[in-house]
Every structure is written in structure tokens, then in C-alpha cells.
Design a protein around this ligand. Structure first.
Ligand SMILES: CCCCCCCCCCCCC[C@@H](O)CC(=O)SCCNC(=O)CCNC(=O)[C@H](O)C(C)(C)COP(=O)(O)OP(=O)(O)OC[C@H]1O[C@@H](n2cnc3c(N)ncnc32)[C@H](O)[C@@H]1OP(=O)(O)O
Length: 214
């Protein structure tokens, strides 16, 4: 069952890649691309919550912290930034993180699939543990630039914010929340990046590495 779900996930990101290439070839522009693929993206990125469940119930042996940060930050980007603020959907930075996520996920799920079949081509293993060196910072930059582009709109409209006075007597400012999220990239991004560097040494060079939260 888990294998079947994983196969669906791989196919989903492939469908997304084909849809993006087709759109760009037909329109010659990235404007409107997000709108055209949003349903598929929402579905498959939300589906990634299962990775956290697999981790929790012990089907997959990996760091909870790393998987949690990775999955929640992506779901946050999709639902609470890009999907919620139509005005930023045509930003180049959105395309940047979409392309990076898609390349990463196709490589990653191909790795899992061929690994399970015991026929893992070396180039897929190589791609899984080398491409991230460039893709991680580029993807994070795309995400941060997108949140940054959202700030003026969030400040102007006060979306998702709760101002005083109100019957709950609590206030929440989404604008400042986004600034905090951006600041969190500083301590959390290196955790993810160094985790993948350790995995790279383990898988490609055969080093024995002990994770702190294992
Ligand atoms: C709510 C507010 C949010 C606030 C956010 C604050 C800021 C956070 C900053 C975060 C920055 C994120 C930036 C990021 O989004 C940008 C990008 O992603 S750019 C793209 C580059 N990214 C990557 O390359 C990372 C991709 N992700 C991963 O590789 C994984 O998600 C990771 C969590 C990193 C875990 O990888 P790891 O190698 O540690 O473990 P695995 O899970 O791959 O593998 C463990 C073993 O399990 C087997 N496995 C796993 N899943 C499957 C499966 N579906 N089917 C079969 N087998 C599976 C795998 O083969 C391993 O087995 P073994 O140990 O036997 O080798």
C-alpha cells in the first residue's frame, strides 16, 4: 500500500512537470502558470503529510525534525502564501521554487522506487545526493522571495490578522508572523542542508553517521 502511494506521488510530480513545460511552450510566459497547475500542486504537496505519518509510526527511519520542518514549510508556502494571495502567483520566485521542488521530488521518488525494486541506476542515486547542494539554497531563496513579495499585500489588507478590540481579546498580526517565519529560515535551513550533506556522505561515501534525534 505504502509503495502504491509512493508510486502515485512520483507520478503526481511528473504530471506537474509535464503540465508546466506544456504551459510554457504554449504561452511562452510564466504568467498564469501557477493558476493552471494549482490543483495538482495542492493535492500532491498536501499528500506529503503522509511522510510525517510514516515517520511517526516508524515505517520510514528518518529524522522527525527534518521531515517535519521540510513538509510543514512547503505546506505553509502552498496554502498560506501562494494559494491565499492571488496577487503574487505570477512572481518569478513562485516559478523558481516550483521548478526546484518538482525536480527534487521526481528525483527523490524515482530513487525510492528503483531502490525498492533493487535496480537503482547510479545516476539517480547521484542526482538524489548531489542536486540538493544547489537546489536547496535556490528553493529556499524562491520561498523567501515569495514571502517577501507577499508582505506589502498582507500589511495593506490585514489578512489572517486579528485586531483588538475583539471578543476573544487576542491580537494576531500575520505580517509580523511572516517576518518571524522568514527569520526562522536562518536556524532551520542549515539543519536541513547539513542533514542532507550527512546523508550524502553516508550513502555515497559509506560513512557511518548517527543522527542526534534518532
Ligand atoms: C508553519 C510555519 C513553517 C515555518 C517554516 C520555517 C522555516 C523553515 C525553513 C525550511 C527551508 C526549507 C526549504 C525547502 O523547502 C527548499 C527545498 O526543498 S528545495 C529542494 C531541495 N530539497 C531536498 O533535496 C530535500 C528533499 N527532501 C528530502 O530528501 C526528505 O524530505 C528529507 C526530509 C530531507 C529526508 O531525507 P532522508 O534522506 O533523511 O530520509 P528519507 O526519508 O529519504 O529516507 C529514509 C529511509 O526511508 C526510505 N524511504 C523514505 N521514503 C520512502 C518511500 N516513500 N518509499 C520507499 N522508501 C522510502 C529511504 O529509502 C531510506 O531508506 P534506507 O535508510 O534504507 O536507505
Amino acid at each position: 500500500m505504502a509503495h502504491l502511494l509512493q508510486h502515485c506521488h512520483d507520478t503526481g510530480w511528473l504530471v506537474l512537470a509535464i503540465a508546466m513545460i506544456q504551459f510554457y511552450m504554449q504561452k511562452g510566459s510564466h504568467k498564469g502558470l501557477y493558476k493552471s497547475i494549482q490543483k495538482t500542486l495542492k493535492y500532491f504537496q498536501t499528500f506529503a503529510l503522509l511522510e510525517l505519518v510514516h515517520c511517526l509510526i516508524g515505517i520510514v527511519h528518518t529524522s522527525m525534525l527534518v521531515t517535519g520542518v521540510q513538509v510543514s514549510s512547503r505546506i505553509f508556502m502552498v496554502w498560506f502564501i501562494t494559494q491565499s494571495i492571488k496577487q503574487i502567483q505570477n512572481e518569478e520566485s513562485v516559478i523558481l521554487f516550483l521548478v526546484v521542488w518538482t525536480v527534487t521530488e521526481i528525483t527523490r521518488y524515482s530513487f525510492y522506487t528503483f531502490n525498492l525494486l533493487n535496480h537503482l541506476p547510479y545516476f539517480i542515486k547521484w542526482a538524489r545526493y548531489n542536486l540538493f547542494i544547489i537546489l536547496y539554497p535556490v528553493g529556499a531563496a524562491g520561498e523567501l522571495l515569495t514571502i517577501y513579495a507577499a508582505l506589502p499585500y498582507v500589511q495593506k489588507t490585514g489578512m489572517y490578522s486579528l485586531r483588538l478590540p475583539n471578543k476573544y481579546n487576542v491580537s494576531f498580526d500575520y505580517y509580523y508572523f511572516l517576518l518571524i517565519v522568514m527569520a526562522f529560515y536562518i536556524p532551520l535551513f542549515p539543519q536541513l542542508y547539513f542533514h542532507m550533506l550527512r546523508q550524502r556522505r553516508k550513502v555515497l561515501l559509506g560513512e557511518v553517521i548517527v543522527e542526534k534525534d534518532d
